[in-house]
Each structure stands twice: as C-alpha cells, then as structure tokens.
Write a protein that binds this ligand. Structure first.
Ligand code: ZN
Ligand code: ZN
Length: 561
C-alpha cells in the first residue's frame, strides 16, 4: 500500500552478484507476509500468508500478498520457505499454488502438516513437501539455506539463513526469546551468534512488538493464572484461543486434568489442528481428558471445559455464535466462565468487545487480557530485539512484519545498537544488497488482493468504496424509458430507494425535474444512453443532497425503446 517513497519508479536490472529483496506483503501491516529474494535470475520465496479484512473491507473474505510483479517469473522460483504455521505466513499458499502447483514447499514438520491439511481442503494434491529441522542446511538453486530454531506462539518455528554470492541474509521469521518455553525449545541464540561471527550482511527482524519495552514474559507465567480461573469456577469453563496455539491448549488440558474436568474442542480448525499436533507429538493429551462435545454435555457443568476458536471476535466463529446464543449445542449460562487466552490483533478490538459484551450479558464471567494476565505475546519485545542485534552484529537491517510504526521503532533499536545501515521499506519497495550494502532500488506494484467467495483479485478498491457507500447510505435507483426515435420520456421515471430514510417515498417532486432534464439533454443533441444516465444521476444527486443531506449510491438506468 502506501510507503514513504512516492518518488520511486521501477527498479533497474539487478547488478550481477547482487541480491534483491522484494517485499510482497507484511511490511506495513500485520498479516499477508511474503518476501521474494532474487539472485542470479532465480527466486526464493519466504512465507505466503493472508491478512484478515477489517470493517472497511465489507464482504471481503481474505487479503492476499500481491505477487503480480513476479507472476511471469514463477517458473524461476526455486522454493517457498514457510517459517511457521500461522495463517499470516501460510494462508495464501493455496492461491499461489493454483498458479504453479509444483513449487517446492520447505518448512518444519508441524508447519507443513498444518499447510498440508489446508492444501487438501483446497483440493490441491500433487504438492512437493520438503521437511527440514533446525540445523539443516539445504540448497535450492543458488540459495544455500540453513534453518535455526526460534521460539514463537506456535511450536516448530524456524528462522532461515540464506547464503548466496551476495552474502548472508538472516530472516528471523516470527520469534521471541522465551527462556522457559513449555516445550523447552528456545530461540537458538548460539546459532545466531555463530552466523553473526560468519557475517550477517542483511538481517530481517520481526517488528511486531518493537514498541513494547522490556521482555515478553514467559509462557509459564500464565499457568498459575489459568489454574486460579479453574479453581474459582463453579460451572462450565470455555477457553478461546488461536487454533494453532498448541502450548496454550496444552496448558488448558493440563489444568483440566488437575481439576478433574473433561475437555471438548469446538470449531473445525481447533479440532483439525489439535488432531495434527497430537498425532505429531507436539500436544500431549493427559489420559481420558478429551471427549467429544456430545459426551461433554452429559457431564455436570463443573466438570466441563470447552476449547474454542473465535478469540479475535470472528463473526462466524464458535465463540461469536455462543455469545449470540445461536450455537448448535453450546448454550451459555449464567455463572459460566469464559477465558479469552489470546492477544488482540489490531483492528479486531470492536469485534472482540462485542463478543465479550455478548457473553457478559448472559451472565458469564469473562476473563481476558484486559483484566488478567491470561496471554503473553508470541513476539520479541524491544529488549529481546536489542539482544539480537548485539549478538548478530549485522551489517544491514531491514525491519519486517509490522505496521510502519512497529518497523520504525525496530529500526531505531537497530541503530541504537550501532547498526549503521537500516533500511525501512514497505510493501513493494525493492531493496538490493550489492557489495555488502543494502539500499532501496525502486518499487513494484503491491496492492491488496481481495478474495471474495470464489473470486480472487477481481474485487477492486473502487468496488469496496461502492460497498461502503451502499452500507452507509443505501441506494436510489431510477429507471426511465426513452423513445428511441423522438428522444422523449416514454415510461417512468420509476424510483426506488433502499437502506435509507427515503425508502418508501413516492418521489413525486423528483419525477418532473428528471423528465425536464432529459428533454433538455435530448434537445441539445445528447442522446447517448450513458450521457442520459449521467443527466439523471446529476438531478437525483443534487436533490438528495440538497433536500436530505444524504449521498446514497444512485443507479440510473435509461432504456431505449
Ligand atoms: Zn506467527
Ligand atoms: Zn506473523
């Protein structure tokens, strides 16, 4: 979208021996992460995620990265590296594979398993999976990749070091430095230090929490809070969290076991992902804790726990439906406890508070980030980022993954530690690494690509503007039949309004001015139906804004008969 370099034009050809970084999404928003690396005429992609729409994107299901600038070069893509299994990193992959199905997919076991189930849902079968573990070093064309364990709010996340003739790039992916993670798998700072010793020419770092001072608290700090919620609850407990947060689910399962409750999953993605995590050994389900929802309903309320999707207030999610009391089998009751064990992604605030209010209205006690320490972030805070810069000592830094404010804060942290060259670029701003120096080389088109039902990329910003006008102002339609020989109005105007206070008016005072204006237009020789429609639009627009102070959408239809 927008970026601080309006003067930029398309980049020149990449100098021989240089590495080009093309951010296709995620630099300027939290979501739709995707970056292309170009070396010696070949491409490597890192991540391919989605962005969830906000209120000003009515009717949009998903927003994809914009890979139109490399679309005609997809045959030169050596691999797509997926750093971890979050939707903002893997969610757009099915759409990319529709354009070239045999791009090798590279990632950890859990990441590729979560992606695999998504690809099957999209009926994509013949995909190429290449499972890696931390410490692996594999080559794809001119890209020599090394994977490093990082700790995040999903297990099995990886950073990737990319070595080419232009030097070494280290991309953290999403990470934090929890020193006491539930699975004991910490961010491998020794590997970061070793790579730093070898020389990191360009360091791409997660900016999400760069504005947050200090250190992100450990996941283990939540355990006593969850325990307390369980101790205080007399009736059913409903926990909502991300369907990929295996460790949060683990904590809830352990608490349920300790308090002799049983657990059922609610929501398709929760059932699916936790099944995968259990099968692969990332989730350890205590004996006989897990039951299906029907069996759970037979238990007394004080023995029941539900783990549900919908912690971001998504309108179709299980939790939203529970809050509206229109869920098929979960009926919220007075005295129930709802625990929202998740962060609040910017843009989702209204939806989340709507759900909290809905639940509270039925008498539920709602425990959330605003009133208890029930969640810690998955991203490194400023203190952790400073540590990383000091350990890696990179030559150049490119902040990634965040809104512009996050990336600018991250850039300042890098400078504070003495990094001399920090480049801040938003989506579409091309950064070249040549002779060890990173600099902005130009820009490529990088807009929002909207998915709406089965259409991908067909809905434009102007369609959304129309939808917003329709949503806020409704519409007025005017149908007029014009005699094709005489040009006189032969029928109508028939006027209808919907979605505004004019709905049901008879519009008598408007009809004659429309007929007069059309007569005048025809007398002046304007007989083309587009021009006549514009004439009708002007008359109606003036009347409705002058008389009613409204600006609805006006749909004039002139039929020649
Ligand atoms: Zn993530
Ligand atoms: Zn992310």
């Amino acid at each position: 979208m927008s970026h601080p370099h309006p003067e930029l034009s398309a980049p020149d050809a990449l100098p021989t021996g240089g590495l080009r970084v093309i951010p296709l999404g995620g630099l300027g928003e939290v979501g739709r992460n995707m970056t292309a690396f170009e070396y010696d005429g070949r491409l490597l992609l890192v991540d391919c995620g989605v962005l969830f729409p906000e209120d000003h994107h009515p009717g949009v299901d998903l927003i994809l990265p914009d890979w139109s600038s490399i679309r005609d070069r997809l045959d030169t893509v050596e691999a797509l590296v997926l750093t971890h299994g979050h939707e903002d990193h893997i969610g757009a992959t099915p759409y990319l594979l529709r354009e070239r199905g045999d791009i090798p997919l590279v990632g950890s076991e859990l990441t590729l398993a979560l992606l695999g189930s998504k690809l099957r849902e999209h009926r994509l079968k013949e995909t190429v999976h290449h499972v890696v573990v931390a410490g692996d070093r594999v080559r794809f064309g001119p890209f020599d990749l090394e994977f490093v364990a990082v700790n995040h709010s999903i297990p099995d996340a990886l950073a990737v070091a990319i070595r080419t003739g232009a030097g070494m790039v280290l991309h953290t992916g999403d990470f934090k430095m929890d020193q006491l993670p539930l699975d004991g798998r910490i961010t491998d700072l020794r590997a970061f230090a070793r790579l730093g010793e070898e020389g990191v020419d360009l360091f791409l770092t997660d900016s999400t929490n760069a504005e947050t001072p200090g250190f992100t608290p450990t996941e283990k700090s939540i355990t006593p809070v969850i325990d307390q919620v369980f101790r205080e609850s007399q009736q059913r407990i409903i926990v909502a969290c991300f369907a990929s947060h295996v460790h949060r689910v683990q904590q809830v399962l352990d608490a349920a076991y300790a308090h002799e409750r049983q657990v059922a999953y609610v929501g398709r993605s929760m059932v699916r992902n936790m099944g995968i995590a259990r099968d692969l050994g990332y989730l350890k389900v205590p004996p006989s804790v897990l039951v299906d929802t029907k069996d759970l309903a037979d238990l007394p309320p004080e023995r029941q726990v539900l783990i549900s999707t919908g912690s971001q207030g998504e309108p179709m999610s299980a939790l939203s439906r529970i809050a509206q009391r229109n869920h098929n089998f979960v009926h919220i009751e007075e005295g129930d406890t709802v625990l929202l064990a998740s962060s609040l992604i910017p843009g989702n605030e209204n939806a989340v508070y709507r759900v909290i209010n809905g639940l509270a209205r039925w008498g539920a006690r709602v425990v959330h980030k605003g009133n208890a320490q029930v969640h810690v972030s998955g991203h490194a805070s400023a203190g952790e980022l400073l540590y990383c810069y000091n350990i890696v000592r990179p030559r150049n830094v490119l902040p990634v993954h965040g809104e512009i404010r996050h990336m600018l804060a991250n850039a300042q942290l890098a400078r504070d530690t003495g990094v001399e060259n920090v480049v801040v670029a938003e989506d579409g701003v091309v950064v070249d690494l040549v002779d060890g120096v990173a600099s902005i080389a130009g820009k490529v088109d990088c807009g929002y690509v909207f998915v709406d039902g089965s259409s991908v990329g067909d809905i434009t910003e102007s369609d959304l503007k129309d939808r917003r006008i329709l949503g806020e102002e409704g519409f007025i339609s005017v149908i007029v039949v014009v005699d094709s020989v005489s040009g006189k109005v032969a029928g109508g105007p028939e006027i209808h309004a919907r979605g505004n206070a004019l709905d049901g008016s008879n519009f008598d005072e408007l009809k004659q001015p429309i007929i007069d204006a059309l007569d005048r237009a025809v007398a002046e020789g304007n007989t083309d139906s587009y021009q006549l429609q514009q004439t009708v639009r002007r008359v109606v627009g003036r009347w409705v804004s002058g008389t009613h102070r409204r600006r609805p959408m006006i749909i004039p239809v002139v039929i020649e008969a």
